[in-house]
Design a protein around this ligand. Structure first.
Ligand SMILES: [Zn+2]
Ligand SMILES: [Zn+2]
Ligand SMILES: [Zn+2]
Length: 707
C-alpha cells in the first residue's frame, strides 16, 4: 500500500493532466436523489472529464481503428506503471471518478474477461486498505476499453450500494437482494471462488458474446472479502441514444449500478430526477418484482395480530396480539416511541391481521372487519394519523385484486388479459407516485384541470395520487382485502402464466386504461383526460362488444342485471326534469334548457365538449365524465350520445358504458369466449403496445442449496 501511495504521488507530481483532473475531482458536483421507497438515496456526479469515456464508441470498428490507450506503447509519456503481479500492473487513471482512482491493466493486450481477472481482484483487495473498492465493467457493461483486460480501484466515499451492503448482516454465503429494484448478488466470503463460479455459470450468455453481462465490485473488511455481482440486461439505456430533451449521456458501469450515477454533462446533472435515475438503472440491470405499499387503515390506535413471527428493528416478535398508539406525534409500541415501525416477515408463509378495517367506506353497508395480509406491516404517521401500510410483492397483490374484481366464471384468457393490464396500470401508477414523492417542481401534479374562460368549464378527473404509499385498499385505487378467499385456481393460473408481463411502448410501461364497453369503437386518452396523446391508446374498431349473452356479461359485471342494456341505450327527460337536474348536478343555473349541442366529439362518438343552452345562460362543459355526471342522477353510461329534441322532452340515444379508452371489457370477454388467447385480445385493443417481461420473480440465488 505504501509503495502504491508513493507511486500515486510521484505520478501526480510529474503528470499535468492527471494532477489537473484530480484537483478538479475535489470540485465536481454531487447531489442526492432522494426517494421514499429506496433504502438509501441515489447520488449523481457531474464529471466533465469523463466525457471521453462515457461518450466512447465501443463498437467493433471504432475499437479496431483506435490505438488502445491501455497498451504501454500508446500510453502518454508521463504515465508509468507499477507491477501488481506477473500479469497485471497498476496505472493511475487520469480521468478519475474516485479519489486515488487506479486502473489495474493486464500487461498483455487481450479482451475484457472477468474469469482472467478474478484472482487479481481478490489479490488487489488485500493490497488496498478497507476504504477502497475494486471494480470490473464487462465489455458491454460500461467498459470503455473492452478490448483490453482491466479492473479499476479507488476510494469509495458515499457510494449508496456499498454503504448499504456494508450495513447488511450476512445471513448466507451468497445473498440475492434488490435494494434499488434490480438484482444484486452479494458473496460474503469471496476467497472461496466456488460460490462465485456457481453464480457465474448460472448467468446467461447472450448470442455473439463470450461472458455473462456483469459488473463486479469487491472490498474487504478484516480478512473477509465481499464481492458484489450485478447482472446486466442492457448495455446502455435508451436515453443514451435519444434525441433532444429525452437524451441523457449516462452509460452505466459498476459505480452507476452502485447508485453513484456519473454524467459528464451539467445539463443532465441538473435535470435528472430520482425516478429517471431509478428507471435508467433498472433498464440496464435485471429488474426484480417490485413491492407495493398499500394503505389499509388509519386511526389513533392500530391493533393487529401477528400470526407468525415477525422482526422489527432487530427485535423478534412472536405470534400474538399487539397494539400501537399515536402519542405526542410518535408511535408508542412495546413501551417505546418510534417515528416509523416495520414488521418484516421472517418465514415464507407468514401473515398478520389488522383489526377494525373499515370496508365499504361511504356506502350504506359500511362495516368493520378483521383482514389478514401477506408481506410486511409498516406503521407510519401521515398528517397526524397513524397509518397501517401493507408492503407486498406485486404478484401477490394482483392475485387478490383480480380475485375481487373479476367474476369466478371468467375465462382464463380474459383473466390473463386482465392480469396484464392491471399489472401495467399499477406499475404506471407507482411510477407516478415516485415522481410525486420527490416533489420535483418540474412535474406539477394536475389531476383535475379547470378552465373557466368565460363560458367554458372543462374538467377531467383522474385518480389522485397518494403521497405516503402507492395505492389505497378502496375502490379509489383498486379494492384490496388482503388474503382473498375468492382466489380460484383460474386466477392463480392467470397470474402465474403472465408473471411479470406488461404492455409496453417505447420501453415504458403503458398506462393501460380499460372500460366496461366501448360501444363499437374505442376512444382516445385525450378525449377523457389531459391533452397528452398516448400513442398506445389508439382508436380501434370493436366488433365484439355487441352482445346480450348473459353468461358473458356476468363474467365482467359483478352484479349483473339482465335488464342492463348498454351497447345501445336511451335516456329520456322532460324539459323540466332536465333543467332541474342540470342545475343541481352541474352547480350552475342555465334557466330552462333550450338545447344540448355537441361541440366536439372523440372518434368513438364520445362528446368531449357539450354546449348547454338555457333561457338564462349558455355554457360549454366537458370532458366526458363531467358531461355524464351533469346529465344524470349518478352517471350516464357514456358521453357518446345523440340528442333528440322533442316538444317538451329530450331523448339521449347513447352507446357504450364508460370512457371507452383502451380495453373494452365486454368485448374482451366475448373474444375470450370465442377462443382468442390473451395475447390476441391485448393486441386487438392495444395494437401499438408490446408484451414485455418487465421483471424477473423475486430475487433468488442460483443454487438453492447455498441459500
Ligand atoms: Zn491494449
Ligand atoms: Zn387510492
Ligand atoms: Zn367494445
Amino acid at each position: 500500500m505504501e509503495s502504491l501511495d508513493s507511486f500515486f504521488e510521484s505520478q501526480l507530481s510529474k503528470w499535468q493532466t492527471a494532477r489537473d483532473n484530480y484537483g478538479a475531482l475535489s470540485r465536481v458536483w454531487t447531489r442526492e436523489l432522494p426517494s421514499l421507497k429506496l433504502p438509501t438515496s441515489l447520488r449523481i456526479q457531474c464529471n466533465p472529464a469523463r466525457l471521453i469515456s462515457t461518450g466512447a464508441s465501443i463498437d467493433k470498428d471504432s475499437i479496431a481503428t483506435r490505438p488502445c490507450f491501455l497498451c504501454s506503447k500508446n500510453r502518454p509519456e508521463e504515465q508509468q506503471s507499477l507491477d501488481l503481479n506477473d500479469d497485471f500492473e497498476w496505472l493511475v487513471n487520469p480521468f478519475p471518478i474516485l479519489q486515488r482512482h487506479y486502473t489495474i491493466a493486464a500487461k498483455q493486450h487481450r479482451p475484457q474477461f472477468f474469469l482472467d481477472a478474478y484472482a487479481t481482484m481478490i489479490q488487489a483487495t488485500r493490497i488496498l486498505s478497507e476504504e477502497y473498492i475494486i471494480f470490473y465493467n464487462g465489455p458491454k457493461c460500461g467498459a470503455s476499453a473492452p478490448d483490453h483486460l482491466h479492473l479499476q480501484a479507488g476510494i469509495a466515499e458515499n457510494i449508496p450500494l456499498i454503504e448499504y451492503t456494508k450495513s447488511l448482516k450476512a445471513t448466507d454465503s451468497i445473498q440475492a437482494i434488490a435494494p434499488f429494484g434490480y438484482l444484486v448478488y452479494i458473496i460474503h466470503d469471496a476467497e472461496n471462488s466456488r460460490i462465485f463460479h456457481q453464480l457465474y455459470d448460472s448467468l446467461p450468455i447472450l448470442e455473439e458474446e463470450y461472458e455473462p453481462r456483469i459488473n463486479v465490485v469487491a472490498y474487504h473488511k478484516g480478512d473477509k472479502v465481499t464481492l458484489i455481482v450485478i447482472p446486466r440486461q442492457a448495455h446502455r439505456p435508451h436515453c443514451y441514444s435519444a434525441k433532444g430533451d429525452a437524451k441523457y449521456l449516462i452509460s452505466p458501469g459498476a459505480l452507476d449500478m452502485c447508485g453513484l450515477i456519473i454524467t459528464p454533462r451539467l445539463d443532465d446533472y441538473e435535470r435528472l430526477t430520482s425516478t429517471q435515475a431509478i428507471d435508467i438503472l433498472r433498464e440496464v440491470g435485471v429488474r426484480t418484482e417490485p413491492t407495493i405499499d398499500v394503505g389499509i387503515m388509519q386511526g389513533k390506535e392500530i391493533s393487529f395480530t401477528l400470526n407468525t413471527q415477525y422482526t422489527s428493528n432487530t427485535t423478534t416478535y412472536n405470534n400474538g396480539k399487539y397494539t400501537a398508539l399515536l402519542q405526542e406525534g410518535k408511535i408508542l409500541f412495546d413501551n417505546k416511541f418510534y417515528n416509523e415501525l416495520s414488521f418484516i416477515h421472517s418465514i415464507e408463509d407468514s401473515s398478520f391481521s389488522l383489526h377494525g378495517v373499515t370496508i365499504g367506506k361511504e356506502f350504506h353497508w359500511q362495516q368493520q372487519e378483521t383482514q389478514t395480509f401477506q408481506g410486511s406491516l409498516i406503521l407510519r404517521i401521515i398528517d397526524g394519523e397513524l397509518h397501517a401500510i401493507n408492503r407486498i410483492a406485486i404478484e401477490d397483490y394482483l392475485t387478490s385484486v383480480i380475485a375481487s374484481e373479476m367474476s369466478g366464471t371468467s375465462s382464463v384468457e380474459l383473466l390473463k388479459a386482465h392480469a396484464v393490464i392491471s399489472r401495467s396500470w399499477l406499475l404506471a401508477q407507482i411510477k407516478g407516485d415516485e415522481r410525486e414523492n420527490i416533489k420535483d417542481k418540474s412535474f406539477p401534479e394536475d389531476n383535475s384541470q379547470f378552465s373557466s374562460l368565460n363560458s367554458q368549464s372543462i374538467k377531467w378527473y383522474d385518480r389522485e395520487a397518494h403521497t405516503h404509499f402507492d395505492v389505497c385498499a378502496d375502490d379509489h385505487c383498486q379494492r384490496y382485502q388482503g388474503i382473498n378467499r375468492k382466489v380460484t385456481p383460474q386466477v392463480h393460473e392467470a397470474i402465474r402464466s403472465t408473471r411479470g408481463i406488461v404492455l409496453s411502448y417505447k420501453n415504458e410501461v403503458c398506462d393501460a386504461r380499460f372500460s366496461k364497453c366501448c360501444g363499437g369503437q374505442t376512444e382516445l386518452y385525450e378525449s377523457c383526460w389531459d391533452d397528452t396523446p398516448h400513442s398506445y391508446l389508439s382508436v380501434v374498431e370493436d366488433p365484439f362488444c355487441n352482445t346480450n349473452d348473459p353468461k358473458i356479461l356476468s363474467e365482467v359485471l359483478n352484479h349483473y342485471d339482465q335488464s342492463t342494456d348498454f351497447y345501445r341505450w336511451t335516456v329520456q327527460y322532460t324539459r323540466e326534469e332536465l333543467s332541474e337536474l342540470v342545475r343541481r348536478r352541474g352547480g350552475f343555473d342555465y334557466g330552462d334548457i333550450i338545447n344540448l349541442t355537441p361541440i366536439e366529439r372523440g372518434p368513438s362518438g364520445r362528446i368531449v365538449r357539450l354546449q348547454i343552452e338555457g333561457t338564462k345562460a349558455t355554457r360549454i362543459i366537458g370532458k366526458e365524465l363531467e358531461i355524464r355526471r351533469t346529465l344524470s342522477e349518478t352517471h350516464l353510461y357514456s358521453s357518446a350520445f345523440e340528442v333528440e329534441k322533442q316538444e317538451n322532452a329530450f331523448i339521449l340515444h347513447g352507446s357504450g358504458w364508460g370512457h371507452g379508452v383502451g380495453l373494452c371489457q365486454i368485448g374482451a370477454a366475448v373474444m375470450g369466449a370465442k377462443g382468442y388467447n390473451y395475447k390476441e385480445i391485448l393486441h386487438h385493443y392495444y395494437p401499438e403496445a408490446t408484451l414485455t417481461e418487465w421483471y424477473i420473480p423475486s430475487p433468488q440465488c442460483p443454487s438453492r442449496d447455498d441459500c
